[in-house]
Design a protein around this ligand. Structure first.
Ligand code: GLU
Length: 281
C-alpha cells in the first residue's frame, strides 16, 4: 500500500501551527480567514471520529499586537506579559470559531516541568485522555507567561512532538511556511531537491535542516522540525511537514494525497519522554 494511504486510518492526530501562519506579515494582526479554515478543517477531522489536538503558537505575537509592542529584542518580562494578554485573545478567537462548528475547545499550557516531573506528567496525560474522551479539542501552547529559560521548551515544533508522544498520537502534522524538507535551503539554493518521504532520520538528514526560517515570528526553523521528527517517530507517530499557505492542505493530507514531507514512524521501546525532555538545552 502507498504510504500516504495509511494516513486515512490514523486515529489520534496532533496538528501544529506557527505564529507566522496565523498573522498578516504586514501588520502582525490575526489572519481570520486562515484561523477559520484551520478550525473548519480540524472539526472535519474530528467529525470523522478521530481525536484531534491543536498546538498553536501566536500568543506572544497577539499580545504584542494588542499593546503595540514592537517585536525586536523584548526583555523576557515584556514577552511574558504579552503572552498573558495574547494567549487569552487567541483562545477567545478559537473558542468562538470552534463553537460555530459545535465543538468544544480546551486550553492546556505546558512547561518542561509538566513532562519531567512524574506526577505532573501523569496528571497531564490523564487530562488529555479525559478531554479526548469527552470529545473536546485540546489547544496546547507553551506556558510562555511563566516559562523562563530553565523550564521552557523554546519552540512549538518540539512541544507538539512531545504532546504527540505523551498522548500516544499516531500522526503529527507540522504546518509551516515551507513545503517540507529539501536537500538544502530552497531560499538560497535553486538546486535544492524536495524530499517526499523520509524513511530513516540519518545524521546526514539531520544536518540538512537549517536553523533558519523565512519569517521573523515564531521560533522554529528546519532543525527544530527535524528534532520534532525524531521525538515523534521514536514515539511511534508518523510525522508530516506541510505548507500552511493553504490550510486546506490538511484534508488533502488526510485523504492520503502526496503533500509535504512524510517521516515514517520507527517506535523505539527505549525512548523515554521525561529523560529526553530533561536533557533538552
Ligand atoms: N509559544 C509561543 C507563542 O505562542 C511561540 C513559540 C513558537 O512559535 O515556536 O507565541
Amino acid at each position: 500500500m502507498n504510504i500516504r494511504e495509511t494516513i486515512k486510518d490514523k486515529k489520534r492526530i496532533v496538528v501544529k501551527i506557527g505564529s507566522s501562519s496565523l498573522q498578516h506579515k504586514e501588520t502582525g494582526g490575526f489572519d481570520y480567514t486562515k484561523l477559520e479554515v484551520l478550525v473548519r478543517e480540524l472539526c472535519n477531522i474530528k467529525n470523522q471520529g478521530k481525536d484531534v489536538v491543536l498546538v498553536s503558537s501566536g500568543a506572544i505575537a497577539a499580545g504584542r499586537q494588542a499593546v503595540h509592542v514592537k517585536s525586536d529584542d523584548n526583555p523576557i518580562a515584556v514577552k511574558q506579559a504579552c503572552a498573558a494578554i495574547g494567549q487569552a485573545r487567541l483562545m477567545m478567537i478559537y473558542q468562538k470559531i470552534f463553537a460555530e462548528y459545535n465543538q468544544v475547545a480546551a486550553q492546556i499550557l505546558m512547561t518542561k516541568n509538566t513532562i519531567i516531573d512524574n506526577l505532573n506528567r501523569f496528571n497531564a496525560q490523564n487530562t488529555f485522555s479525559e478531554l479526548l474522551k469527552l470529545g473536546a479539542i485540546p489547544i496546547v501552547n507553551e506556558n510562555d507567561t511563566i516559562a523562563t529559560y530553565e523550564i521552557e521548551f523554546g519552540d512549538n515544533d518540539t512541544l507538539s512532538a512531545i504532546v504527540a508522544s505523551l498522548i500516544g498520537a499516531d500522526l503529527l502534522i507540522l504546518l509551516s511556511d515551507i513545503d517540507g524538507l529539501y536537500t538544502d535551503d530552497p531560499n538560497t539554493n535553486k538546486n535544492a531537491q524536495f524530499i517526499s518521504v523520509v524513511d530513516q532520520l540519518t545524521d546526514e538528514l539531520m544536518t540538512m535542516g537549517k536553523a533558519t526560517t523565512g519569517s521573523n515570528v515564531g521560533t522554529g526553523g528546519m532543525s527544530t522540525k527535524l528534532q520534532a521528527a525524531k521525538i515523534a517517530t521514536q514515539s511511534g507517530a508518523d510525522m508530516i511537514i506541510a505548507n500552511a499557505e493553504d490550510i486546506r492542505i490538511l484534508h488533502r493530507i488526510m485523504d492520503g494525497r502526496e503533500y509535504g514531507t512524510f517521516f515514517k514512524a520507527h517506535k523505539d521501546e527505549d525512548f523515554y519522554l521525561a529523560d529526553y525532555v530533561n536533557q533538552l538545552e
